[in-house]
Design a protein. Structure first.
Length: 300
């Protein structure tokens, strides 16, 4: 196991909570009359050809976003990258909050946007650990709500395969994923995903020894290395998008099967991965998602 049981359980719990929130948010915007704010309501294709026609656009946009990110990192314009993160987080949080409060609060969009702006500012510019992870629970449902209407079962399945292949190449061959994660954490002080720092058992034992053998002043000078458990945002949002697609195709039960499958795939990776090694999560999650989809078609 790469991380201890407690940290693994925390990551899996946050993953599952986000998936369930995502199903609610996506389901809300799939209902007739509930439209996405900020003019983000996409035209919904009516045929398989229409859905397939949108897929290349999504792939090109994905490639373009990665290229822009690396271009900005090369020139070290962190303020633009933070502003980019700030804008995306604000929009995504606003979408999620709207689904919660629009039924009973007047001026729901204004209130949702104000709350989202405050939380996004703290998250991006103040680096609060609690705010970071709590907002991560709400960001990906909002993002998923934008993409679900323009995808169907065939296009999301294709996208999952392509993303999994890219993930394997980016982690095991080029190391792009590790570089992106390190740059976000070290330079931007922002990470797009769950971020759980912790002290290993060996480090805790060293600290106990130091407390009994050296002075408090010398102890404060010691450099204590913390381990970090992370789960990238892509590993969280794609299962939500798939669950949303299955929600509009076969219903809630199918969406839940997808979530269970994704959680099992991620759990398998967590429990059988080795310490100090990097793994692409999407291939494992995708296999679990496909199993969930297969069960859905058998049951429903």
């Amino acid at each position: 196991m790469k991380h201890n049981f407690k940290i693994t359980a925390i990551l899996l719990t946050m993953f599952l909570i986000t998936q369930l929130i995502g199903v609610y948010v996506v389901g809300y915007y799939l209902q007739e009359g509930n439209t996405l704010p900020f003019g983000l309501e996409p035209p919904t294709p009516e045929t398989n050809i229409g859905f397939i026609g949108i897929l290349p656009q999504i792939i090109v946009a994905f490639i373009f976003a990665i290229a822009i990110f690396f271009l900005l990192t090369k020139f070290k314009v962190e303020f633009i990258l933070r502003l980019w993160f700030f804008a995306v987080v604000t929009i995504a949080l606003s979408i999620t909050f709207m689904s919660f409060v629009s039924g009973f609060l007047p001026r729901a969009l204004i209130i949702s946007t104000i709350v989202a702006l405050v939380l996004a500012f703290v998250k991006i510019y103040k680096q609060s650990f609690i705010i970071h992870n709590s907002t991560e629970l709400l960001i990906y449902p909002g993002l998923a709500a934008v993409f679900v209407p323009i995808l169907n079962v065939y296009t999301i399945a294709t996208l999952l395969v392509l993303i999994s292949i890219y993930d394997m190449w980016a982690v095991w061959h080029s190391g792009i994923m590790q570089k992106m994660a390190r740059y976000q954490i070290d330079n931007l002080k922002v990470f797009s995903g769950f971020f759980v720092p912790y002290i290993s058992k060996q480090t805790k034992e060293k600290i106990k020894i130091w407390k009994n053998t050296i002075s408090k002043k010398d102890l404060e000078k010691k450099k204590i290395k913390a381990s970090v458990a992370i789960l990238g945002g892509g590993d969280v949002v794609f299962p939500i998008i798939t669950a949303g697609v299955m929600l509009k195709t076969l219903g809630l039960g199918s969406a839940l099967f997808v979530i269970i499958g994704a959680a099992l795939g991620l759990g398998y990776l967590f429990f059988f991965s080795e310490k100090k090694k990097f793994y692409p999560a999407m291939p494992f999650i995708t296999i679990g998602i496909f199993l969930g989809m297969a069960v859905s078609y058998l049951v429903f």
